[in-house]
Design a protein around this ligand. Sequence first.
Ligand code: GLC
Length: 661
Amino acid sequence: MDNEHDGYVAPAYLVDDEFFTRTFGEIITKSSQDRALNDERFAHLVQTEPFHLQLPLTSRFVYGTGERSFDLNLYGRHLTFWNTDPSPYDRGSEPINYAVPFVVIVADDHVQGIFVDNPYHGTVDIGFTDADLLTFSFTGPARGVYTYTGDTLASVIAQFTAQSGRMPMPPLWALGHHQCRYSYMNQREVLAIARQFRRRHIPCDAIYLDIHYMDHYKVFTWDTEAFPDFAGMAAELHAQNIRLVVIVDPGVKIEPGYDGYEDGIAQDVFIKLPDGTRAEGVVWPGNTHHPDFASERVRRWWAEKLQPLLQAGVDGLWNDMNEPLYFGFGEALSPADYLVHDVDGTPAYHAEQHNLYGHQMSMASRLAQEIADPQRRPFNITRAGYAGTQSVASSWTADNTATWDSLRLSIAMTLNMALSGQSFTGPDIGGFAGDTNAELLIRWYQACVLMPFYRNHSAVDTIHQEAWRFGEQAEGLICQAIDLRYTLLPYLYSQFAACHFDGIPIVRPLFAAEPQNPHLRSIDDCYLVGDHMLVAPITTEYALRRTVYLPAGSDWYTFDAQTRYHGGQLISVEAPLNTVPIFVRAGTALPLWSQLQSTPSELPAPHLRLYPGHGETRLYQDAGDGLGYQRGEYAWTTFTLSDDTLTHTITGDQRFSHFTV
Ligand code: GLC
């Protein structure tokens, strides 16, 4: 293979020799790999009581389990709980980055959730070897097993998140359009990208710095040649209402003289081998040690180390490579099971801690932001997680590819994450690995228009895919999709609040609107946002029309409120390149903002677009940032529409309720 270097093979998307050499240099030695991964002296150490749970499976419709690169319905599958990075994944790659040992079973008259709180390596057999059995198996004991029953999907997810953790309110800007690239190489390029957005009037709320901003991939640092005035750059972005998010990778480079390493040794923060020496593994910087985020002490250390970046103007942290993984021979490997963590004074093997690592790192990065500014809402995003990680970070669906199939998958994956408690997620728009193209990018922006997380990201050595890279027509169409998202933010933000306060998933599969209809339970080419909106995007190349089933129980309007359809029927709709089919339930008072370039600090009053019928719509309003919402500084305004007569009631802090009709 041509991407081989010193016996190491880079992830498949890193096919550029020159880049690979630049990344890995001469630092890597084979012996360090062997030591961490194959030390015969310790291999016998991890022995735990396995866990086994087998239940009758009466339904053929099963969801959740975290991030899965499959269709929505997981019935008939055998899935693994072990956070892993196949980068990039394809349909069927198993497991991938973020596993959650929680399943949702949808029967005709009820919904059931089963949470096996067990971070050990495990599997769930969902009618795979026996059509009528559900079997959980783990290599170690469970911390608890919980079941939840309810009439609706939302009530079961609400119960699960009440126990595992609820999503805090993110800052409003986190819902905006974000731009990322592996990597924007220097501050000139970052500011040029920002200027392009503003000059072209394409809304943008955040720009991300990927690994090249660091000094030789050393976490906590930045490259002072490429970013000679980091704080000045951040300030210039802020002046344009653009926030700065930076990647943080857990592997701390082993390099005498580097503070992250020296201080990490002095403070004794790294994961160990059973003989008490520090474990080593290879990641971007070469040989590294990994902080042991299992202990509060180390999380605090990490949080303190990140202060200089946060003081320099960083607004959000992007936690990556935290499955965790070591680069191996052509693949990503997990650190060995027998590595030893220190869980606040109690030793534990990596076998038990592996699936918790992404969660614990997210806790540490969140703490960093809370220390930097206790009055601001953190923006924290992670690749790996566990049950409850939504309480500390959002996520994205890891390294997808620039293919139509990957676009299709992103709907099922986002929905299954929402049904695993992590609503605040979404795919790399345009696709991460491989070259995208105009049509794919347009359709991807449209498909994700109301997904909780809305970020364009692409890998090194792929074609640049910012909104303007494919000519004027494509730019106009992409901009139109982004504009539409900003228009809909008051509605989307209200769904975030329903998720925060009540545990209701932000996006849901179509069947949530008509639970008694079994024919809808595998549909994953569209999604519901809250109770009132249905997004039915085009996810097929060249397609200009599609069919969509409108759930029974109410009528539905096209987004422009011009055409009304009866629910309970399959319709065919035109969807030329300038259209994303969106339907709104009759009886909705939809709060809309007018054109914005980024989320404003003073939230404007939304205007209501009425979709005549009978129904209630809830609008949530608060300051958009800060922790006032935890002290009751917010308003819920409930609009009741009866044919075309609108009334409303306000609960909470009346000062926050404002709108125009
Ligand atoms: C991983 C991340 C990807 C990032 C890359 C370089 O593959 O998933 O988003 O761009 O690393 O940091």
